[in-house]
Design a protein around this ligand. Structure first.
Ligand code: NAD
Length: 332
């Protein structure tokens, strides 16, 4: 039985726990939340023991996996303790809020002698697995350019919410794009430079918070990527990523599925949806991710996204943010 301790019993802490409790190999054994009422609600729902500090939970002898689902700007404090305790760790994305925190974490997670995974849930999508297979098969020919479009047009967060504070969540450049940046890195390789313009989650109290970024990146293999992402209030919503080669192009779209464009025609690529429920639990990608993590910890397997993937994606996102903040091109 794998005993799990959750740090941060908010939206994602609850979501992961509701997926996890379908597995008979785990026990939701402990919880810490800075707000006692959140910890109590969690303990009432899952029967977990409430701990009074992250140190106490992480160092409890029976806790065998730490799940970090506190707000992004708080990840570092839990990570420091969990890495020092050499316990298996699953941390929600983004890994951390600042480049300085990333610099501190790089040596710690690169040489970590235990399980370390970051919550890049889209890695567990069968659509993405198929997209990777097509890109790696060479069917697209020479990879030339692509697009990431993550548009959210019904943003509802208000001032005072950590999710509406650029210093705490990093806005769309960090919070939203971390997922697709990771996927793009996995498909294309290492980035060379990036230039970005963004509202950096406007902090003007006279307006409701909103955010937008438009960025262009160049990769070491010459690939050029156009990136757009938004948190707007009255705008279209859509999420898709396209990779164009000189022989064909592929699009991974949340609304349309996986599409191949070749010879002037666009066709849907069939995807094995059963791959989304290998572990036979309800909850889609997020449930599959949790089942994979538990299986990996118990059976000594690697996660789909570990230290290297975390570092590469965070380096790209922080480069994008530095460019937006300074107005300068950032070279990696
Ligand atoms: N993978 C995904 O698709 C996905 C989706 C949403 C959020 N996230 C990430 O998950 C993390 C949590 O987001 P959320 O939406 O659950 O936030 P949330 O605000 O709903 O929950 C955070 C919880 O952490 C608690 N908390 C605050 N400070 C704390 C601290 N120092 N130590 C312990 N607990 C603390 C809060 O009281 C709250 O209960 C963020 O990093 C976010 O970016 C990932």
């Amino acid at each position: 039985m794998l005993n799990i301790g959750v740090i941060g019993a908010g939206r994602m802490g609850l979501n992961h726990s509701r997926n996890l409790r379908q597995l008979d190999t785990i026990k939701l054994a402990g919880v810490y939340d800075i707000l006692p009422e959140k910890a109590t609600a969690y303990a009432n729902e899952f029967g977990a023991k409430i701990y009074q500090s992250p140190e106490e939970l992480i160092n409890a002898k029976d806790i065998g996996l730490i799940i970090i689902t506190s707000p992004t700007y708080c990840h570092i404090e839990a990570l420091r303790i969990a890495l020092d305790a050499h316990k298996p760790i699953f941390c929600e994305k983004p890994l951390c809020r600042t480049q300085e925190e990333l610099d501190e974490l790089i040596p710690l997670i690169t040489n970590y002698d235990n399980f370390f995974a970051l919550g890049f849930v889209r890695r567990y999508s069968p659509n993405f697995a198929k997209m990777k297979e097509v890109v790696d098969s060479g069917e697209l020919g020479k990879l030339l350019c692509g697009e990431i479009r993550c548009l959210h047009g019904r943003y509802v967060r208000m001032h005072g919410d950590w999710f509406a504070d650029y210093d705490k969540c990093g806005g769309v450049m960090l919070d939203m794009l971390a997922h697709h940046v990771d996927l793009q890195n996995h498909l294309i390789g290492e980035a060379e430079s990036i230039y970005a313009q963004s509202f950096m989650l406007n902090q003007n109290e006279d307006e409701l918070p909103f955010d937008y970024v438009s960025a262009t990146a160049r990769f070491k293999n010459g690939f050029i990527s156009n990136i757009q992402c938004s948190w707007l209030r009255n705008a279209p919503s859509d999420t898709e990523m396209t990779i164009c080669g000189d022989k064909a192009s592929i699009t991974f779209s949340d609304s349309k599925g996986l599409l191949l464009t070749k010879g002037g025609k666009t066709e849907k690529i069939p995807v094995d949806e059963a791959a989304l429920n290998i572990h036979k639990i309800q909850g889609g990608m997020y449930a599959e991710e949790m089942a994979y993590i538990v299986d990996a910890v118990i059976n000594g397997k690697k996660p789909l996204a570990g230290a290297k993937e975390a570092i590469d994606a965070m380096t790209f996102c922080f480069g994008m943010m530095t460019s937006a903040e300074t107005g300068e091109l950032v070279k990696f």
